[in-house]
Design a protein around this ligand. Structure first.
Ligand code: BES
Ligand code: ZN
Ligand code: ZN
Length: 462
């Protein structure tokens, strides 16, 4: 006999619930009734899609302690709720045990939702698999997960998913005149790489470029981070790893959108040949940059990757980056910051992010903050002259490298908060969450289905 999963209102009463309560169940979380093999999941609001997604995750985790092959949750009439439950159930029991010598023995219980659409089941499986790709890579220690390691992973993913893949080595980055990117990577024994993957369906409605910050370690460089702040900086590659997860999902779902993934992979280290505060860098866009702080390295790598992305003439560019501590201070650990020049685009992305189960909010650019990144001796400074508004000044720095014709076709997503959290939350366990994957996939799905439209040269239907 399989386990029966029941989602119940926190305050609901029934014979079964009262029995569970007599055993100590307080109405929220999971409780397993041995007699009837029923797994009760108490939620605040049974109609709230976010609660249901989390309930899926709570169920999947509770089942780890119950040795049964199968658990059945009947499902809802509302397919949105079914999909949310399935995403929570499939992605919510993730654990990263790579470095534990004693692996926990686990009988993986299969969760079945008979009333759910097959499409929802397939989608949730793809999302869970894509999140696992991103989470595993981000959680991998920096000694292993070097720029080369991530570039090799990108190659393997491309082979498996039939994507085009181009890897640019250091000498090619030099040929591309990526002076900002190269400066960041200079002091590391691990050479930088730019990985460019392409998913190209037969009939593409749009061409999208996704750019990911891939700092496999951010020590801060010569502007060295204090020890406490350096910890977790293996997660500074989260943007690039999210792009890999997204490409996996898009190719498996089979969207009619051409998607380019551009990963800027480097390590920000110290050494005799390190780039220095006071250096002036010439970026690929030929914009000169005064280095005020070598810890503001992500924007330097991204400046050159965004330049490369614009040469592809995409209809939209989205960059994903663990860019600023200021974004975490401002928004908290669970929320991403959405920035750019196009209000409509930002609103549409916000909607998609929230629908997907990710938290995000728009941070508005303003002309006063733009002044803070002016430099006396170069075109722009990589740090702000004020200690306030750091997420926006970093976003506006990136904006300086977006050409006039692309200003309205660019979104910057600062995922510094939710990409890596040192406790479990929502459907995420300790560590990497895969932030950005669900939001971007949902956004691209909306684009594919015509929910939102982009201005596009390719899209005659527009
Ligand atoms: N990788 C960090 C940002 C970060 C901080 C991500 C905390 C996740 C959690 C980034 O490269 C950085 O160090 N930014 C500096 C910029 C400053 C020197 C202008 C920061 O936010 O302190
Ligand atoms: Zn940094
Ligand atoms: Zn960084």
């Amino acid at each position: 006999m399989s386990v029966t999963i029941k989602i119940i209102d926190k305050k609901a009463e029934s014979k079964e619930i009262n029995l569970a309560k007599s055993y100590g169940f307080n109405g929220s979380g999971a409780f397993f009734l041995q007699e009837s093999k029923t797994l009760l999941i108490g939620v605040e609001n049974e109609k709230c899609v976010d609660s249901i997604r989390e309930a899926g995750s709570i169920a999947a985790n509770a089942l780890k302690g119950i040795s049964e092959k199968e658990a059945v949750f009947k499902g809802f009439k509302d397919e949105n709720l079914n999909k949310a439950f399935l995403v929570g159930a499939f992605a919510g029991d993730y654990e990263f045990n790579e470095y534990k010598s004693k692996k926990q023995k686990e009988v993986k219980t299969q969760i079945i939702v008979p009333d759910a659409d097959k499409k929802s089941v397939k989608f949730a499986k793809i999302i869970a698999e894509s999140l696992k790709i991103t989470r595993d890579l981000v959680n991998t220690m920096p000694e292993t997960a070097t720029p080369k390691f991530i570039a090799n992973y990108a190659k393997t993913l491309a082979e498996n998913e039939n994507l085009d893949c181009k890897i640019l080595e250091e000498k090619e980055l030099k040929k591309e005149k990526m002076g900002a990117f190269l400066a960041v990577a200079k002091a590391s024994v691990n050479a930088p790489f730019l990985a460019h993957l392409t998913y190209k369906p037969k009939k593409a409605k749009y061409k999208i470029a996704l750019v990911g910050k891939g700092l496999t370690y951010d020590s801060g460089g010569l502007s060295l981070k204090p020890g406490d702040y350096m910890r977790t900086m293996k997660a500074d590659k989260s943007g690039a790893c999210a792009v890999l997860g997204i490409l996996n999902a898009i190719s498996k779902i089979g969207l009619d959108i051409e998607v380019h993934g551009i990963l800027g992979l480097a390590e920000n280290m110290i050494g005799g040949n390190a780039y220095k505060p006071d250096d002036i860098l010439i970026s690929r866009e030929k914009i000169s940059i005064e280095v005020g702080n070598t810890d503001a390295e992500g924007r330097l790598v991204l400046a050159d990757c965004l330049s490369y992305a614009q040469d592809l003439k995409p209809d939209l560019i989205i960059d994903l980056a663990t860019l600023t501590g200021a974004c975490v201070v401002g928004l908290g650990e669970y929320t991403s910051g959405i920035m750019g020049y196009n209000k409509n685009l930002q609103n549409n992305f916000l909607q998609a992010a929230l629908d997907s189960g990710e938290l995000a909010t728009i941070l508005h650019f303003n002309r006063h903050i733009k002044k803070l990144i002016e430099s006396k001796i170069a075109d722009v400074s990589n740090v702000s002259s004020s200690r306030y508004g750091g997420a926006i000044s970093a976003g506006m720095f990136l904006g300086e490298f977006i050409r006039e014709e692309f200003k309205d076709k660019w979104l910057h997503i600062d995922i510094a908060g939710p990409a890596y959290v040192e406790k479990s939350w929502d459907i995420n366990s300790f560590g990497a969450s895969g932030a950005g994957v669900r939001a971007v996939v949902e956004f691209l799905k909306y684009l594919d289905s015509g929910c939102f439209k982009l201005e596009s040269k390719n899209n005659k239907a527009k």
